[in-house]
Design a protein around this ligand. Sequence first.
Ligand code: COA
Length: 130
Amino acid sequence: MPTLRVMPMPSDANVHGDVFGGWIMAQVDIAGAIPAARRANGRVATIAVNSFLFKQPVFVGDLLSFYADVVKVGNTSITIAVEVYAERNRLQADTVKVTEATLTYVATGEDRKPRQIPPLEAIEAFSAGK
Ligand SMILES: CC(C)(COP(=O)(O)OP(=O)(O)OC[C@H]1O[C@@H](n2cnc3c(N)ncnc32)[C@H](O)[C@@H]1OP(=O)(O)O)[C@@H](O)C(=O)NCCC(=O)NCCS
């Protein structure tokens, strides 16, 4: 299941009429933050964009699906890989991979300082109401 699905509008286009890279980066950051915050069991801040590849252009009206997965968990940081696919013509199911990126998020407390990532078992127990 995609973490996020969104369709760019004309206001998201650059001067050439294709979708502005900064808009795509913002959506990737949002998509990556979702599994990061889940794994951190709380707020996270983006500390680094480790890699970002715009493989194919994105057009206004494409239906974009963002797949975001945890690839590494450190003491206070979580690294997420995000892949973005565009359905260009939904009637003909013409789908292409347009972007891939890796980002690192840091779990932060109310004081905005790094905090330890809780063990997975603690989150699962909390979710199960134990
Ligand atoms: C996020 C923040 C609180 C971290 O504080 P910090 O003192 O810089 O953090 P640290 O140096 O202790 O590093 C924290 C973690 O990030 C990792 N990290 C630091 N620099 C990194 C980099 N360039 N790339 C990847 N990971 C990095 C560290 O390895 C550490 O991970 P670990 O604990 O799992 O080993 C602080 O940098 C900050 O507030 N940055 C601004 C965040 C922001 O505004 N983001 C945009 C909007 S969300």
